[in-house]
Design a protein around this ligand. Structure first.
Ligand code: PA5
Length: 428
C-alpha cells in the first residue's frame, strides 16, 4: 500500500488556490481518460495495465531464469527511459553488497571512453577459478539509433562476437520498436533475440514493458508482483482518483505560486535510482515551452550535510517530495555501552530504522517551518508490488499534472537540440 500525505504542502495554499488547482486537475484527468489531448497516441502505458499480457510476463521470466543460471555478467545497454526504470527497481530491491545471481552492469548511458575500455577489460578478466566470464547483454533502444547506446553496443557486440562466436545469438537480446531503426537491422543480420517496445509507449513510460521487465527479472525480482502491483494501482485510481487529483492540485497551485524546484528525496539510499527515474519522468514530461518545476534528487540524511542549509534557509522557490518506507528489513538495534564515551546511550534500545525515521520526522518539520511545502509518499514496505504501485501512481500523476499545465507530457522536442548540435560537430 502507498499513502499520499499532501497536508504539509496544502497548508501553504489558500482554499481558492487549492480549488483552482483542483479544477485544472479534474479537467486534465478527463483529457487523459478521453484521449483527446496532445500526445494522446502515447497513452499505451495505461492499456498495458487494463489488459495485462501474462504470456509476455511468462516469456520474460523464463528467459531471465535461464540467463540467471548461465550468466556471470548481464549488461543493460540503454539510456534515459531505456534504463532508468530497470535501474530504479533493481537498486531498490537488491542488497547493498554481494547480490546473488549475475552482476548487473549498465552501459550505453554516456560516452565515456574510459568507462567502456575498463568495462571491456573487466569482462575479459577471468573469474577467481580461472575460467572466462559468461557475459550476456540486453541492448535497449526504442529508436534504435541513440548514439550513446549504439556506440557502446558496437564495442560490446564486437568483443562478444570474438569471445562467443557460437553462442552470440543466445547472449544478446535486443529490445526495440517493432520496425525501423538500426537495432532492427542488426537483429535481421545476426538473428539476435528481440523484444518489442509497443509503439504507443514512450521511453520514460516503458518500465513495465520488456524494457524494464527483462533486466528486473534477471536481477531475480518477481516481475509478476511488480506488474500486478501497478495493475492494482491502476484499478484503484480508475475507481477513485481523488487522492491523485488533490496531489496534482497542490503541485499545480504551488507552481503557480512560484515554486520552481521539486526536490525528490528519501532517507533510504537504495531509493536514489527511483528518484532518478522520477526525475526523468517529471523533468522530460513537464519541462517545455518555459514551463515546469525542475525535479532534482537528494538522498538524506547524506545530503542534509550538503543541501540541508539551502533547503532550510535558501531561496524559497523549492518544494520537497519525501519517499518514505514504513517498514524496512534492517534489524540492528543500538546497544547500551558500559562507558558512554561516544555519548550515544540516549539511543540505546532503538532500531536504526526508528532513528532514521526520527531523522525524517525532524527534517520535514524543520523544512516546513522554514517555508518548504512538503509531500510524503509512504510505501508500506519496499517490495516489488509496492514499487509497481508507485510506478503507475507517478505515471498517471505526471500525465495529469502536465495536462493541468497545458503541456504535452509525452514528447521531448528539446532533447533533439543537443543531438543536432553534436551530430553537426561530429560530422554526421
Ligand atoms: O523518455 C524518453 O523517450 C527518452 O529518455 C528515451 O528513452 C531515451 O532518449 C532513449 O531513447 P531510445 O530508447 O530511443 O534509445
Amino acid at each position: 500500500m502507498i499513502e499520499l500525505d499532501i497536508s504539509r504542502a496544502k497548508a501553504f495554499l489558500s482554499n481558492a488556490e487549492f480549488d483552482g488547482g483542483r479544477k485544472k486537475a479534474s479537467e486534465a484527468l478527463k483529457t487523459v481518460e478521453k484521449r483527446d489531448g496532445e500526445g494522446a497516441e502515447w497513452l499505451g502505458w495505461r492499456d498495458l495495465l487494463s489488459d495485462p499480457n501474462d504470456a509476455i510476463l511468462e516469456q520474460l521470466h523464463s528467459l531471465a531464469t535461464a540467463i540467471r543460471e548461465e550468466a556471470d555478467i548481464f549488461i543493460v545497454c540503454g539510456i534515459g527511459g531505456s534504463y532508468l526504470g530497470a535501474r530504479a527497481v533493481i537498486d531498490a530491491l537488491s542488497s547493498f553488497f554481494g547480490n546473488k545471481g549475475p552482476e548487473i552492469i549498465y552501459a550505453g548511458h554516456h560516452m565515456s571512453g574510459q568507462y567502456l575500455e575498463e568495462l571491456l577489460e573487466y569482462l575479459a578478466e577471468p573469474k577467481a577459478d580461472g575460467k572466462p566470464k559468461s557475459v550476456y547483454c540486453n541492448v535497449i533502444s526504442k529508436s534504435g539509433t541513440t548514439l550513446e547506446t549504439a556506440l557502446s553496443f558496437r564495442f560490446i557486440r564486437s568483443w562478444m562476437s570474438d569471445q562467443y562466436p557460437d553462442s552470440l545469438q543466445d547472449r544478446i537480446i535486443c529490445t526495440t520498436s517493432a520496425e525501423g531503426g538500426a537495432l532492427n537491422k542488426l537483429v535481421d543480420e545476426y538473428g539476435f533475440q528481440k523484444f518489442v517496445i509497443p509503439d504507443n509507449v514512450g521511453g520514460r513510460f516503458s518500465v513495465l514493458t520488456p524494457v524494464g521487465l527483462l533486466p528486473i527479472a534477471v536481477a531475480g525480482i518477481d516481475i509478476r508482483s511488480l506488474f500486478y502491483g501497478a495493475v492494482s494501482k491502476f484499478e484503484e485510481l480508475e475507481e477513485d482518483p481523488q487522492s491523485l487529483l488533490n496531489y496534482v492540485a497542490v503541485k499545480h497551485a504551488l507552481y503557480q505560486k512560484g515554486k520552481t524546484v521539486d526536490v525528490l528525496t528519501s532517507f533510504e539510499p537504495q531509493l536514489e535510482s527511483l528518484g532518478g527515474w522520477l526525475q526523468q519522468l517529471l523533468g522530460e514530461s513537464e519541462g517545455k515551452d518555459g514551463n515546469g518545476m525542475f525535479p532534482t534528487v537528494a538522498t538524506y540524511s547524506t545530503d542534509l550535510h550538503s543541501l540541508g542549509q539551502f533547503m532550510q534557509d535558501g531561496a524559497r522557490t523549492v518544494m520537497e517530495t519525501f519517499i518514505t518506507v514504513e517498514e524496512t528489513t534492517g534489524t540492528l538495534i543500538v546497544d547500551e555501552a558500559d562507558q558512554n564515551n561516544d555519548g550515544l546511550n540516549y539511543l540505546a534500545g532503538m532500531r536504526l530504522h526508528e532513528i532514521n525515521r526520527g531523522a525524517f520526522e525532524g527534517t520535514i518539520q524543520a523544512h516546513v517551518k522554514g517555508g518548504v511545502p512538503s509531500v510524503v509518499v509512504n510505501l508500506e514496505k519496499l517490495n516489488a508490488q509496492h514499487l509497481g504501485e508507485f510506478i503507475y501512481l507517478y505515471e498517471l500523476f505526471t500525465a495529469v499534472y502536465c495536462y493541468s499545465l497545458d503541456v504535452n507530457p509525452f514528447n521531448q522536442p528539446g532533447v533533439e537540440d543537443y543531438k543536432s548540435e553534436m551530430y553537426q560537430l561530429l560530422g554526421k
